[in-house]
Design a protein around this ligand. Structure first.
Ligand SMILES: Nc1ncnc2c1ncn2[C@@H]1O[C@H](COP(=O)(O)OP(=O)(O)OP(=O)(O)O)[C@@H](O)[C@H]1O
Length: 312
């Protein structure tokens, strides 16, 4: 697989802020690469550096074999994170405007159909919902049938059904040979779509690999989550136990161990409301490598209590 995109030691500073601190990566032709990382990690700055919408202070970038400023415009699609088109255009007029920038562009209605908005072509952009507006913007990036597509948080604000429709669109594009470089805060999106994922933190790539390899290397063990009737039940067992807001998390529990843990909980009089067994996923990788929280779902408390007394 030849490289569609190569960045070497890219550096960008804004005053005292080092937005990119020597980023190197390559993306193969036809590959889907997802960039994840906390707010302010430098994801948008990297996309802007890769697409020539900002000039790095150091390093080099090659897109389809040439510097970003020299690449044929019709071969590249870019959905910026912030995109504020004229509101008093219909969805179709807006997409047609972008189609007019290219020779041999696609039919705007086909691009709208790609994003599931066939019925809303006549609606003014300002009257569309936030998620529909985002989908129109995605449609606008598809009119030139790009060889490489940069999508900066493409599904932010889009409802779950719309998000899955866009995932399917990205999968179709990749199957057709389009290289896709996207950023996202949705770990499920990166895990579902990406051939490889890069984790950016404080302007540096801290891990890169297939979702499976990252999870295997950094995701930790499978675990049993126990929601207890009484918050922060203190329990002594032969597993590594984390206390959470809502109960207990037992690390390293396989499905075959669940019965034993449940017996132990019963024997010790721990009342529980639910038991959920989970395998590590990309969210665990993210949390472990950034030490950050993804939101209210991720309320796991630090401070493991490796407790003696059980039979493991
Ligand atoms: N034009 C700018 N002027 C000054 N500082 C900037 C500019 N653009 C980005 N920064 C700073 O560079 C750092 C990286 O910002 P960037 O927008 O690339 O992060 P991000 O990973 O895309 O964040 P988010 O997930 O919130 O979109 C931040 O500290 C940000 O404040």
């Amino acid at each position: 697989m030849s490289d569609a995109l190569v960045a070497e030691n890219v550096r960008k500073e804004y005053g005292d802020t080092v937005a990119l601190d020597g980023v190197s990566l390559s993306v193969g032709a036809g590959e889907v690469f997802a960039l994840i990382g906390p707010n302010g990690a430098g994801k948008t700055t990297l996309i802007r550096s890769l697409t020539g919408t900002t000039t790095p202070d150091g390093g080099s970038v090659s897109v389809l074999g040439v510097p970003p400023g020299s690449v044929e415009k019709s071969r590249v699609g870019l959905l910026p994170q912030s995109f504020d088109p004229p509101a008093r255009l219909s969805a179709r007029e807006l997409v047609a405007y972008y189609a007019g920038l290219y020779d041999g562009a696609r039919d705007p209605d086909d691009a709208l159909a790609d994003v599931g908005l066939s019925d809303t072509g006549d609606t003014w952009y300002e009257n569309l919902s936030g998620g529909q507006q985002r989908r129109v913007c995605v449609a606008a990036t598809l009119v030139n049938d790009p060889d490489i597509l940069f999508l900066d948080e493409p599904t932010t604000g889009i409802d779950p059904a719309g998000r899955r429709a866009l995932w399917s669109l990205v999968e179709d594009l990749a199957a057709g040979g389009t290289t896709v470089f996207l950023t996202t805060h949705y770990m499920a999106e990166a895990e579902q779509l990406a051939d490889r994922v890069g984790l950016l933190a404080d302007g540096e790539i801290v891990a890169v690999g297939t979702p499976e390899s990252l999870i295997g290397e950094h995701g930790g063990e499978s675990r049993l989550v126990v929601e207890t009737a009484t918050p922060r039940t203190s329990v002594e067992m032969g597993y590594t136990v984390e206390e959470t807001e809502s109960g207990l998390v037992f690390d390293g529990v396989t499905p075959a161990d669940i019965g034993e843990v449940v017996s132990d909980l019963n024997a010790r009089g721990v009342e529980y409301e639910s038991l959920t067994w989970t395998e590590p996923d990309l969210e665990d990788v993210y949390l472990r490598l950034t030490g950050a929280s993804l939101g209210p779902e991720a309320t796991r408390r630090a401070g493991e209590a490796a407790i003696a007394g059980g039979d493991r």
